[in-house]
Design a protein around this ligand. Sequence first.
Ligand code: SF4
Length: 536
Amino acid sequence: MRCSLPISSERRVLCVFPAYTPSFGTFAHAFRLMYRVRAFMPPQGLLLIAAYLPASWPVRFIDENIAPAKAADFAWADVVMVSGMHIQAPQMHDIAARAKAKGKVTVLGGASVSGAPELYPEIDYLHIGEIGDATDRLIACLDDSVATPSAQRRFETNERLPLSDFPLLAYNLIRLDRYLIGSLQFSSGCPYRCEFCDIPALYGRQPRLKTAEQITAELDAMMAQASHPPVVYFVDDNFIGNRKAAREMLPHLIAWQRKHDYPLQFACEATLNLAKQPEILALMREAQFLTVFVGIETPDADALKAMRKEHNATLPMMEAIKTLNSYGLEVTSGIILGLDTDTADSESRLKDFIDISGIPILTINLLQALPRTPLWDRLKRDGRLIADDSGLESNVRFLRPYDDVVATWRRCVAYAYDPERLFARFAHQVDATYAHRMIGPVRGKLTIPNLRAALVLAFNIALRVGLLSDYRRAFWRAAHHAFRRGQIDAVLGIGFVAYHLIEFSREALRGDQNASFYSTHKRERTLGAEPLRKSA
Ligand code: SF4
């Protein structure tokens, strides 16, 4: 539903979503292989707010991962609304400065300002927390006046809008074919309390849910565009945060897929104990889930216990990964280095884990303390938080020497993304995972935009990876393995993912990228895309 307040003024609202600093999860390098793709995923939060605003208020939506907002956009607006995560903080300040230069009132919402409002003293209005009563108070305030307030005002949500009342996202304001994958939210919140994670404090421990009808209506809205991404990512903090709800929603997703001849495939984030849910896994397979991002963090069970993530150790880790693979789910793994439990052996244990698990994509980051986490509180108590402007790769004073930790990160990234090893892990996935996927009817995917996109991708992979790269032999070995098993789709997937990972890791090893996903040590700003998150 939209905001139902009585409105007396018309306000032109410019929503600007900040660019991302590139990371392993942005896939930014792969965009040059693709037709029209310029960014990773449509931003859910700002598209939700855009849909909730009063119907009489004109809204313009700019995602700066695709193109920067122009001076004319700022000149048009009465209000400039921005939203983002901590990793986008410099870009959010920059957008606010451009808006202020045009004399516009600024509003900031989203995860970063909700966790650390003190980081944004220059913004006129702060929206803290999720959409809810604060949103209505903010809208009433803007309806009253768009003059710059004499002092910053904060609106904090006490009563959240139930997810079942969320309006359909404002897909009409964006072009979906500019994105690598679509995004969709089913639930918000996570029942666990991992020490480093801000999700429970920001979104609660009792997952709140949309209805199955909302989910299928959003898919219908995506399909209504002439061209849309072939894969949709469930951005839920933990897709199985409420197992019963996931079990009940999935049959509706399957029914929708059947009705439309399986036009889409899906991905999500979940905890590793998903492996203990065969019923959910079977449903996910049937709905055509391809990938699950799991915050494995570390292969060390004692370290998991120390960070309060024991739920990832309820099954032997390799067995759990094997189980997920057997349902056609490729696991993508988050890994953290710089933990208090790290020892001189951690590096070799991580390298063994990379080899044995056969997981191709690992986002290897340094530990970073986020506000509103138990980790932040503990390190603050112990005097181990480092000021943001330190120029270091993390705000954590590690127990091991800083240079050792960064050097370990460097060696692990080099090991993981050595082309021979990476393509060998992809070849492993061909048998361990891709062979177990359900083959749905191709009719739903046989569209002119899909065929055009596949042809452009195939040409660019053949040229840039198969012909011009210095890792073409390793690529063709993995491709040949997939071809022999009739997995032509997999060859395209392997090509574009590997291209990004190898190019990005080489930049990172040259020192052109950050060692930490949340690092305050920002490199030169470039247009990136939304990264895989670090939850679940
Ligand atoms: S890291 Fe994942 S499992 Fe842990 S609290 Fe955050 S969202 Fe939940």
